[in-house]
Design a binder for this molecule. Structure first.
Ligand code: SF4
Length: 208
C-alpha cells in the first residue's frame, strides 16, 4: 500500500494507520485508557470502510463457489451455497450485535470496517466495557466460516478430483488466511486505536 500522504494514493484522504503492533510506543501510549484525543479526530471514509470489507465479502463468495462445485445434486449444492452465504452475512451481524456495542467506536466513524455505525442502529452502546471478554466469547461463532468450504471441498476432492475445485479452494484459502489477516493487521486493525485491547490484534503482535 502506498503511504497515505502520497497524493496518488487512493486512500490519501484516509487517516494514516498507527503502528501495527500493540507493543509499539503508540499502543503503549494508549494503554488501557483507549484512544487519544488526536486519534479520535481521525474519521474513516466510506471508501476506507468498503476496502476493509472486501476480503471478508470475497471469502463468503468464494466459499459459496466452493460449495457450489463440490456438493452433489443441484438442489443440495444451491442450498449449501445459499446457507453459507447467509451464515457469512449473519456472522457480520453477530459481530455487530454482540461485540460492537462493547467497543468504543460503536456509533462512530473511527470503526475501521463501518460495523460500528450499523451496530449503533441495532443496539445501544455498552460504553466500551468488557470488550475483550465479549470478543473472546463471540468470535468462535464465526470461525467455522473459514473452514466449512475447505472441509467440504476436501471431501469433494476425495469423491472426485477436480482442478476447478482445487483452484477455487486455493483462492479461498489465500484470501481467507493470507489476504484477510494482512488487510486486518496492516490496514483495518492498524488504524484502530483500540487494538491494544483486542485479543486478536494484541496476540498477533505479541501484545495484550
Ligand atoms: S472496531 Fe471492531 S468491534 Fe469496534 S465497532 Fe468496529 S467492528 Fe465493531
Amino acid at each position: 500500500m502506498s503511504p497515505p500522504d502520497n497524493p496518488s494514493c487512493p486512500m490519501a484522504d484516509d487517516p494514516p494507520p498507527a503502528d501495527a503492533c500493540a507493543g509499539s510506543p503508540v499502543a503503549q501510549a494508549e494503554g488501557a485508557t483507549g484512544p487519544s484525543a488526536g486519534q479520535l479526530k481521525g474519521e474513516l471514509t466510506l471508501r476506507a470502510e468498503l476496502i476493509a470489507n472486501i476480503p471478508y465479502a470475497a471469502m463468503t463468495l468464494l466459499g459459496s463457489a466452493v460449495l457450489l462445485v463440490c456438493v452433489g445434486g443441484v438442489f443440495w449444492r444451491w442450498l449449501s451455497a445459499g446457507l453459507y452465504l447467509a451464515y457469512g452475512l449473519a456472522g457480520a451481524f453477530w459481530v455487530m450485535l454482540f461485540i460492537c456495542p462493547y467497543c468504543r467506536f460503536h456509533g462512530t466513524r473511527q470503526c475501521p470496517c463501518g460495523y460500528g455505525r450499523i451496530a449503533a442502529r441495532l443496539r445501544p452502546s455498552k460504553n466500551g466495557d468488557g470488550f475483550a471478554r465479549q470478543f473472546r466469547r463471540h468470535i468462535p461463532v464465526i470461525v467455522p466460516i473459514w473452514f466449512i468450504p475447505l472441509i467440504a471441498g476436501g471431501i469433494g476432492l476425495l469423491a472426485g478430483f477436480s482442478w476447478v475445485l482445487v483452484g477455487l479452494m486455493l483462492v479461498f484459502a489465500v484470501d481467507s488466511f493470507v489476504v484477510l489477516p494482512l488487510v486486518s493487521t496492516r490496514y483495518s486493525c492498524a488504524r484502530c486505536p483500540q487494538k491494544s485491547e483486542c485479543p486478536w490484534t494484541g496476540r498477533r503482535c505479541g501484545g495484550g
